[in-house]
Design a protein around this ligand. Structure first.
Ligand SMILES: [Zn+2]
Length: 400
C-alpha cells in the first residue's frame, strides 16, 4: 500500500509542484520563499506562482496577516490549518468515538457513545453519521476527507471490512454510502491498530524532529500492532500486517480463540480472554476497562494479570524488535492505561528476548493520545491523504 490518492504523477516530473511546496512548509523544513527556492531549485518566478496558487486556495497565509502566528517574521509563509476540516470515526467493539479536526490535527469537537456488542453497520453507521453531522454543523462544506477505523482487517482501497470474524456483519459492506448525507468527501479506512499507529504522526513521529521507526501496540479487548517504518505505515499486501494477536504462542496451545483458530496470543493476553477468565472465577468484570480500573486501584491480582499480558505480548514483540530495530515501542489501548504495570511486563520479556543491539537505545513509551489515539489516528489518516502533494495539486487544478 502506498499513500497515493489515485492521482498519477508524471514519472518524468522533477520540478517541485505547489503540493510539494506545501509539504515543505507544513513539515517546518521551509518557512519562506527563499527556503523553498533553496530546497527545490525552483526559480523565483516558479516559487511565486506556486505560492500564489496556494494562497488563492486558502491553504497558505502570509505570516504577517495571521494574528495567531505570534512572532513570525514578515515574509514567512504559514500553513492555514483553518482552510478545511477532516472527520474521524473510530469504531470499536463496545464504543465509538467521532470527531472533527482542523488541518493541523487539532480536535475541534468530539463525541463518544456506547455500542451494543455485535451491532452491525446498519445499526452503527447511521448513528456515526448523525453524530458527525451534528459536530461538523455549518462546516460540512469544508470537509476534505473522512478517516474511519474498524477492528480487524480492512480493505482501504474498497472501503470495506474484510475477513473480520471478530465483528460479524461488517464483512464486505461498503461504508461510504452511510456518510453520503454528511459529506461527499472521500472516506479512508484503517484497521484499529494502524489508526493508533497513525496517531503518532501527530505525536512521537511528528514531522519536525519526531521518531521515524516505531512499533505501536494496541493492548485492549484485542491485541494489535501498527508498524511505522521510516515514518511510513506498513500495512502488508492484504492489510494484515501487524496481526500480532493471532500469532501462535506455546502457552496458548489448544486454547480456542475468537478468530476460530486455537493457540493464538490473544487467548492468553487479550482483554477478552482475561475478562472471560475472571468471570469464570466468579469476579464481577464486564469489560477489560473494569480490570484496568481495579489494577489502578491497587488490586494485586488485577495488576498481576495485566503484567502477565504485557509479558506475553513482549515475547512476540521481541521478535518484531529484532526484525525491525525500531527506535521505540509505543503502548496504547485500554490495558496500557495501567501503563506502569503493563510496561513492566513488556520490558521484562523484551529485554530478556530481543538482541542487545536492538534494545540498547530502545525506548518504551505510552501512546501520545491515550484513549483518544484511535480517533486522532483516523484524523491523521485523512490528513495524510488529503494534504499529500498529489491531492493538493489535484485540488488546485480543479479550482483553476
Ligand atoms: Zn486468534
Amino acid at each position: 500500500m502506498t499513500e497515493g490518492v489515485g492521482v498519477q504523477r508524471d514519472p518524468g516530473r522533477d520540478l517541485a509542484t505547489a503540493g510539494d511546496l506545501l509539504e515543505l512548509l507544513r513539515s517546518g523544513r521551509a518557512t519562506t520563499r527563499s527556503d523553498l527556492r533553496r530546497l527545490t531549485g525552483l526559480s523565483r518566478t516558479a516559487v511565486v506562482a506556486r505560492v500564489h496558487a496556494l494562497t488563492e486556495a486558502g491553504l497558505l497565509v502570509l505570516g504577517a496577516e495571521l494574528a495567531s502566528t505570534g512572532g513570525r517574521p514578515p515574509g514567512s509563509l504559514v500553513f492555514n490549518a483553518g482552510a478545511g476540516v477532516v472527520l474521524a470515526a473510530a469504531i470499536g467493539r463496545s464504543r465509538a468515538q467521532v470527531g472533527v479536526f482542523d488541518l493541523a490535527g487539532e480536535e475541534q469537537a468530539a463525541a463518544e457513545f456506547e455500542l451494543a456488542l455485535g451491532a452491525g453497520p446498519d445499526e452503527v453507521m447511521p448513528v456515526v453519521a448523525d453524530e458527525l453531522a451534528r459536530l461538523v454543523g455549518a462546516r460540512a462544506r469544508s470537509v476534505l476527507g473522512v478517516g474511519l477505523s474498524l477492528p480487524g482487517v480492512v480493505d482501504p482501497e474498497r472501503g470495506v471490512s474484510i475477513d473480520s470474524p471478530v465483528i460479524p456483519g461488517w464483512n464486505d459492506v461498503p461504508l461510504a454510502p452511510y456518510l453520503a448525507e454528511v459529506t461527499g468527501a472521500p472516506l479512508f479506512l484503517a484497521n484499529d491498530a494502524d489508526a493508533m499507529a497513525r496517531s503518532e504522526y501527530l505525536g512521537h513521529a511528528r514531522a519536525a524532529g519526531g521518531l521515524r521507526d516505531l512499533l505501536v501496540v494496541k493492548a485492549s479487548t484485542g491485541i494489535g500492532l501498527g508498524v511505522l517504518a521510516d515514518r511510513t505505515i506498513v500495512t502488508g499486501s492484504r492489510g494484515a500486517a501487524g496481526d500480532l494477536g493471532h500469532a501462535k504462542v506455546p502457552e496458548a496451545a489448544g486454547r480456542p480463540c475468537r478468530c476460530g483458530d486455537t493457540g493464538c496470543l490473544e487467548t492468553v493476553a487479550a482483554g477478552w480472554a482475561l475478562v472471560a477468565r475472571l468471570q469464570a472465577e466468579g469476579h464481577e468484570v464486564d469489560h477489560v476497562r473494569d480490570l484496568v480500573a481495579q489494577a489502578l486501584g491497587g488490586d494485586a491480582e488485577a495488576k498481576q494479570l495485566l503484567r502477565e499480558s504485557g509479558r506475553q505480548v513482549g515475547e512476540l514483540l521481541a521478535v518484531a524488535i529484532n526484525l525491525l530495530n525500531p527506535e521505540a515501542v509505543v503502548l496504547g489501548g485500554d490495558m496500557a492505561a495501567a501503563y506502569d504495570v503493563y510496561a513492566a511486563g513488556v520490558r521484562e520479556s523484551v529485554y530478556a528476548r530481543a538482541s542487545a543491539v536492538a534494545t540498547r537505545e530502545l525506548q518504551i513509551l505510552p501512546a501520545t493520545y491515550g484513549d483518544r489515539a484511535g480517533l486522532v489516528g483516523c484524523a491523521a489518516l485523512a490528513l495524510k491523504r488529503v494534504l499529500s502533494p498529489a491531492a493538493v495539486d489535484a485540488r488546485l487544478a480543479l479550482g483553476r
